[in-house]
Design a binder for this molecule. Structure first.
Ligand code: HSC
Length: 295
């Protein structure tokens, strides 16, 4: 156990580091509109048409632990691809060892209730949810705590065959804070959510697939390629209609069945006011490929 004096020194060092991060973030954010450059993530466009935005978490020494700066960069990169008309869908991945081992415990250990409230600890994490384009999480290795919550924040989860999912927060005296208790319960039911959150024990990719947390499992070395293929398929559709479809499915997690069906019907009717619906149905009747205009 660390003596108190060492903990205090460590915490003040962290606060200073956070200030530097904040300054670097502000200057990178407001200096240009070009693709931002990052320290803890890599971004590139993938797919035959370059229409998939790939974001790779890249903080290998800490198993991609989600420190403030990493999450802030991630949120900026998601926003950047969301506003890039040449990109139709995003893939977020990590390394073969870790998608992300959770929030950065070393950074979090000295935080207090009031500091969490004042700085809005989860604000960048929550911003990712506003992305209109579909996001696929391609998970190899550990997806623990905030790592699993980040995967669940995405729209589709693909796993490598050695992936491990879990919410170990209970082991370190806290609870899942970025959607773990809510999203597992909604997608996999109460008993699984309780088991995962209350034991803190991880589950493997096959269990995650059988309980519906993950939609497909691939050999680890094929995972990102498969996720990109799915993202390309999504990107071949009308971006406008894809965004409406994503919003409609997400509504299923927010409301009652009656309200959800009412919402879906409104959106379905509304698609008939778009050029892309005319183009899509026209192309089918004329036996040609549609050419969507995002209108
Ligand atoms: C701001 C946004 C917030 C978003 C979400 C907040 C809410 C969320 O619900 C709360 C959490 O996620 S609570 C978190 C929930 N997550 C957990 O409780 C999981 C904690 N991690 C583990 O249990 C183990 O590391 C593993 C079992 C993942 C791997 O074991 P292994 O293969 O023997 O590897 P190893 O030797 O152990 O690690 C290698 C290096 O990585 C380092 N590092 C790793 N994880 C870190 C982390 N989260 N932090 C910091 N560092 C972390 C580790 O210290 C070491 O570096 P060192 O310089 O040599 O000290």
């Amino acid at each position: 156990m660390l003596p108190v004096s060492k903990i205090v020194v460590n915490c003040s060092k962290l606060c200073f580091t956070n200030k530097l991060y904040a300054q670097a973030f502000l200057s990178s954010r407001y200096s240009s509109c070009a693709a931002p450059s990052f320290e803890f993530i890599l971004t590139e466009k993938k797919g035959e048409k370059g229409n998939v935005g790939l974001i790779t978490l890249n903080r290998p020494k800490a198993l991609n632990a989600l420190c403030d700066k990493l999450v802030s960069e991630l949120s900026q990169a998601v926003d950047h691809f969301d506003n890039d008309d040449s990109v139709g869908a995003l893939v977020i991945t990590g390394s073969e060892k870790a998608f992300a081992a959770g929030a950065d415990i070393k950074e979090m250990q000295c935080q207090t209730f009031s500091s969490n409230v004042k700085k809005g600890l989860l604000k960048d994490f929550e911003k990712i949810r506003e992305c209109k384009k579909p996001i696929i999480a391609a998970v190899n290795g550990f997806a623990l705590g905030g790592g699993n919550e980040l995967a669940m924040l995405c729209d589709i989860i693909y796993a490598g065959d050695k992936a491990k999912f879990g919410q170990p927060e209970i082991n370190i005296g806290t609870i899942p804070g970025a959607g773990g208790t809510q999203r597992i319960a909604r997608s996999c039911g109460k008993s699984k959510a309780m088991e995962i959150c209350l034991t803190g024990s991880p589950i493997n990719a096959q269990e995650a697939e059988s309980m519906g947390l993950v939609s497909k499992v691939f050999p680890a070395d094929k995972l990102v390629e498969e996720a990109i293929k799915t993202a390309e398929k999504i990107s071949s559709h009308s971006p406008l209609i894809v965004a409406l479809c994503k919003e409609s499915v997400n509504t299923a997690f927010e409301t009652t069945l009656t309200e959800g069906l009412r919402y879906e019907k409104k959106i379905f009717y509304a698609t008939f006011a778009t050029e892309d619906q005319k183009e899509g149905m026209g192309a089918f009747v004329e036996k040609r490929k549609p050419s969507f205009k995002n209108n």
